[in-house]
Ligand binder design. Sequence first.
Ligand SMILES: Cc1cc2nc3c(=O)[nH]c(=O)nc-3n(C[C@H](O)[C@H](O)[C@H](O)COP(=O)(O)OP(=O)(O)OC[C@H]3O[C@@H](n4cnc5c(N)ncnc54)[C@H](O)[C@@H]3O)c2cc1C
Ligand code: SF4
Length: 498
Amino acid sequence: MGKVTGFMDYQREEAEERDPFTRLTDWKEYAAPFSDDVLMRQGARCMDCGTPFCQIGEELNGATTGCPIYNLIPEWNDLVYRGQWKEALERLLKTNNFPEFTGRVCPAPCEGSCTLAISDPAVTIKSIERTIIDKGFENGWMTPRILYKRTGKSIAIVGSGPAGLASADQLNQAGHTVTVYEREDRAGGLLTYGIPNMKLEKDVVERRIRLLEQEGVNFATNTEVGTDISAEDLKAKHDAIILCTGAQKQRDLVIDGRGATGVHLAMDYLTGSTKKLLNADMGANDFIDAAGKDVIVIGGGDTGADCIATALRQGCNSVVQFGKHPKLPLARANSNMWPEYPNIFTVDYAHKEATAKFNKDPRQYSIQTQRFVMDDNGNLKELHTVQMEKVKDENGVFTFNEIPGTEKVWPAQLVLIAIGFEGPEPQILQQFEVHTNNKKVEAKYGDFTTNVEKVFAAGDARRGQSLIVWAINEGREVARRVDQYLMGSSVLPSYLEA
Ligand SMILES: Cc1cc2nc3c(=O)[nH]c(=O)nc-3n(C[C@H](O)[C@H](O)[C@H](O)COP(=O)(O)OP(=O)(O)OC[C@H]3O[C@@H](n4cnc5c(N)ncnc54)[C@H](O)[C@@H]3O)c2cc1C
Ligand code: SF4
């Protein structure tokens, strides 16, 4: 273990961040790297407790607790404390294909279930993870792993998000010929066109795609399966197909005035903004610009926070975020005990930035939008809202009731709807004739087979909108399953059989 008394000798130090006001002038990552000696001290805080809850991922009360890819956290904490960064990298890569993504944007359910967090602040696991992999790239330890013998089997992966990339990486290393089909002009899925630059710079994603290409993975971008190539042709061309098409069908808010110019779905806004950054020659009408506008983000989650941070950088006049739920408590409620994911009030990077710019937290709680109102030209003019009360009915089920007399009018020229996702887009699933369950592809976890011969499914397309770390988990597991299907057995690792 790290230093025996480390957890008593050292306090948790939060990851450094660039000044919230200054960073609004650029689109670079808001997190700043830790120095080596701070991280070694943080690694020393790990108690190497007998049962490391941090590394055992599962779902408790509908939320993830522990690390879904079973990262060997106490082992690399100890190695970091001892300054053995290369050995720490080897341990990290045993379970995680892409620590440069999770080390930046994972919500770190591992930290919520860290044993030290019962009485003290958790070990800074996520920042340690990020630094190990960043050092790996900086020191030239991340070199292409070239295979000289191939199995002759050909696999198509539809979708290049973290699930598709993780399965491509595993199957390529198993010797198969892998082609990843992606309808966008760049690979990465939501890593590229979803999560904004400030959380994950796009050259970090591109660096990984280049490495996978050097190792032999083929990428067919600008190729929409179902349109540019049919399901039948894909099946004829490949020995197995994995659907990793994500769950990007957005939930809309269909109320009066929805057709007003200036009301948009969050993903259209975020995708356009990133495309504009990557393609400087894009026209002013090809993306949604918040410059000079009063912006309201409907939806209190992380996608909404990403919209706030983007609107601030574009130079919005004001920004407010509406949430349906009441403000979360500062400490865990009795119904949310360790090691569950802590449902507590936090201040996200975007909220810090909005506060720095406008001197107040942008969040409004327990609020419902009743209608949008447009001017004579059809442009959005204002929103009408009412406050809501969350109450338990006689069956113990929570419902939301309007509070009379709390109606309010909010001037706005841009509204971004970020109220979640409904599941995968159906067209591609219909073309493959795969069965769905609750709108998601029907494929049992651990098996990943669909009703269609040689067609598998993994990631958000199978489980619904989730987390990168779950997408990596599913990408690795489906790869092993496909390898077994093609070869009769597999030496690829499995979390299920660890
Ligand atoms: C705005 C936003 C922010 C997020 N932030 C975080 C975060 O900070 N941390 C975190 O852990 N998770 C975050 N998530 C969730 C995370 O990004 C997803 O859970 C994860 O990307 C799912 O991976 P996936 O590979 O299953 O699908 P996706 O990443 O959705 O990738 C699916 C890919 O399939 C492609 N595709 C679909 N249909 C076709 C077709 N017919 N032909 C070819 N290609 C096709 C799509 O273009 C896309 O590139 C965020 C999600 C959103 C929307
Ligand atoms: S991937 Fe996420 S849950 Fe796992 S160790 Fe890293 S930050 Fe924690």
